[in-house]
Design a protein around this ligand. Structure first.
Ligand SMILES: [Zn+2]
Length: 334
């Protein structure tokens, strides 16, 4: 399949810091609405697209649309802006970076110390230069509470692409591709969740509203194929990973078997994910009286940095796997 590069770029480019998802929600809505029977949002801000089937069963996909970012915490008399982070940002990787505010303004992060042996600083210790010399000048550019994300380009390197928002916009785009191509007897819900990066806050309320027979969370997962990486068998370019376990879920065997079976029938190579982090799969599982829940993950290098990198072939195979999953007539039983 040839993927829709312009759609992916538009979804990557849209603003969607954690808790400030309006820009990305509007962008995804415009792309998915022509292929859905219904598109709505809930009070949390989750965007829900539905394609109706005839089986009476509901299969739901949770795909977070927020990304790690920042909020303006204060503005000093010297015109420097101070931030607080939204989501887990590795301090060592956020110094001397360009950031982009929701209103379009730009800034650069930095910190300075007399002790040159200090090489890192948390984002709250850094300052942002927005081109202002006084508080008044800075306040004309950004307000306290304004949200920001790392600025980053869309970089193509052979079959790989790099961009700061690939976690998890690559999977948001995969959902749109699935809606364009899929055939299913079931009601298919694509739930684009908010605030995953600050503790998976959007997914459970959305699941409570939908009450699906099966949830599959689609997100990215770190790989172990770079120098110095911690033990991790996931390799870029070897296909989507079927989640077995992360910090908040041990996926039920029947859900893993269901995904394996769908992949085998469609001749899709897959890997297994044992992630040290978390996705929306866990909180969905514990919603209401409990929901069958699992995950499909796109291998990604350099997680939570402005240079997150994926292999387009993994992306395309993930879309194929998603289409194979909704084409299954029998959902897992318990
Ligand atoms: Zn993610």
């Amino acid at each position: 399949m040839a993927y829709d590069k312009q759609m992916l770029k538009d979804i990557l480019d849209a603003h969607g810091a954690c808790g400030r998802e309006k820009g990305v929600r509007d962008t995804i809505k415009a792309y998915i609405a022509p292929h859905a029977d219904e598109v709505y949002r809930d009070a949390m801000g989750n965007l829900i697209a539905v394609k109706k089937g005839t089986s009476g069963k509901k299969i739901m996909f949770t795909v977070h649309m927020d990304q790690i970012g920042f909020l303006v915490r204060s503005i000093g008399e010297d015109g420097f802006v101070r931030l607080i982070n939204q989501g887990c940002i590795n301090s060592a990787r956020c110094i001397a970076r360009e950031i982009r505010f929701e209103n379009g303004a730009r800034g650069v992060t930095y910190f300075e110390t007399a002790d040159k042996t200090v090489l890192t600083a948390g984002i709250t210790s850094q300052f942002v230069d927005v081109g202002a010399s006084t508080k008044e000048e800075a306040e004309a550019i950004v307000k306290v509470g304004e949200s920001a994300v790392f600025a980053s380009d869309f970089v193509e390197m052979g079959s790989r692409i790099a961009c700061g928002a690939l976690d998890n916009r690559i999977c948001c785009a995969a959902m749109v591709e699935m809606f364009r191509a899929m055939q299913s007897e079931h009601d298919v819900y694509a739930v684009f969740t908010v605030q995953e990066e600050e503790g998976m806050r959007g997914a459970s309320p959305a699941a409570f509203g939908v009450k699906p027979d099966l949830n599959i969370t689609v997100d990215v997962t770190g790989t172990g194929d770079i120098p110095g990486a911690e033990a991790n068998d996931v390799v870029m370019g070897k296909g989507p990973a079927v989640k077995v376990k992360d910090m908040y879920i041990t996926v039920p065997e029947e859900v893993i078997a269901f995904l394996e079976n769908a992949a085998k029938k469609a001749n899709i190579k897959y890997q297994y994910e044992f992630a040290p982090g978390y996705t929306d799969a866990g909180p969905v599982q514990r919603t209401g009286a409990g929901i069958l829940s699992g995950g499909i993950s796109v291998p990604l290098r350099y997680l939570h940095t402005p240079v997150e990198t994926v292999d387009v072939r993994d992306y395309e195979e993930t879309v194929r796997l998603l289409c194979a999953v909704v084409a299954e007539k029998e959902l897992p039983q318990y």
